[in-house]
Design a protein around this ligand. Sequence first.
Ligand SMILES: Nc1ncnc2c1ncn2[C@@H]1O[C@H](COP(=O)(O)OP(=O)(O)OP(=O)(O)O)[C@@H](O)[C@H]1O
Ligand SMILES: [Mg+2]
Length: 340
Amino acid sequence: MRYQLIGNHPSIIKIRELITMVSDMALNVLLLGETGTGKEVVARMLHQISTRRNERFVKINCAAMPLTLLESELFGYEKGAFTGAVKSKPGRFELASEGVMLLDEIGDMPLMLQAKLLNVLQSGEFSRLGGTEDVKVNSWVISATNHDLNEDMKNGLFREDLYYRLNIIKIELPPLRERRQDIPLLVEYFTQRHKQELKIDTNVPINTGLQDLFQDYHWPGNVRELSSTILRLMVGDDPGKIKDEFLRNMEGDGLDVPSAYARKAPALKQKSHDKTDEKQESIPSLKELKKEATQYIERKAIQYALHSAGWNKSQAAKILKISYKALFYKMDMLGIEKQR
Ligand SMILES: Nc1ncnc2c1ncn2[C@@H]1O[C@H](COP(=O)(O)OP(=O)(O)OP(=O)(O)O)[C@@H](O)[C@H]1O
Ligand SMILES: [Mg+2]
């Protein structure tokens, strides 16, 4: 399979350029970004176009297993190293020795293993659990996470020295809501991709209402969510149901549902165009006024909290008693940015 990073947003163009530039250097790459933004796509593209393309691409999810298992998976073990180790097994680092090692969800790696990993990165060698011989490795280490590692470092959850080792080249994947102009292109891409994969020839029933909502929705699951939404539409899921789900998600994440959706529904029902209607249309509805007032108050409260917290978002979220994620979305929706 050929991996592609679709998009014409300047940030995506830059990332594609960076991928071509660094792919032959085998410098450690750190991929940052929310879930579903394409971190693994970038890792696989790096592998695919590099001189290591014929070597293995080995991935390990650091969040998916307990410490001891993760350690033995990464570094392997010798027979008898622990109960149940009936024969020796190479670790994934060894398997990826001349290839690429993707440390996925690196932000979830326990501190104890972070120390060991740092050691391996510094020395290029380690020994299997229960082993005495040194194993030399030359893997190209790419790590990925959706954590805010700066926050994790401040809170003592991530080692700073490891961060600098992993972060020789940093690639930050933007959330989909920050590059909405790419949505139509991605819709087209996933329609074609799903058609090929499913060997079907259905066109996606995206009406204008849904198309507009695609532009307004905050896409918490990013490109992955867009891909699965297209798939759902292709296999016949009701577009109305999807629309309701999106609006509910927005409300659930503390976002205001764009008034267009609230206004459009009655407009469809009633098409009379007498003068009283026109007059009434120019006066904002109580609902719109309420929304404006709420946004005003929210903006003030968020700005105040951010200011009090010295622009530390986790702390500001605590002051506001909302989740970090909700604060992030609200800042995005209200267009709140730190003034330089
Ligand atoms: N720019 C893009 N172009 C094409 N496909 C993309 C793009 N971004 C993401 N995808 C697709 O979206 C899905 C999720 O991407 P990926 O697995 O790379 O996300 P991720 O950032 O690693 O997410 P997570 O943090 O949840 O692991 C995949 O099916 C991938 O092919
Ligand atoms: Mg991933």
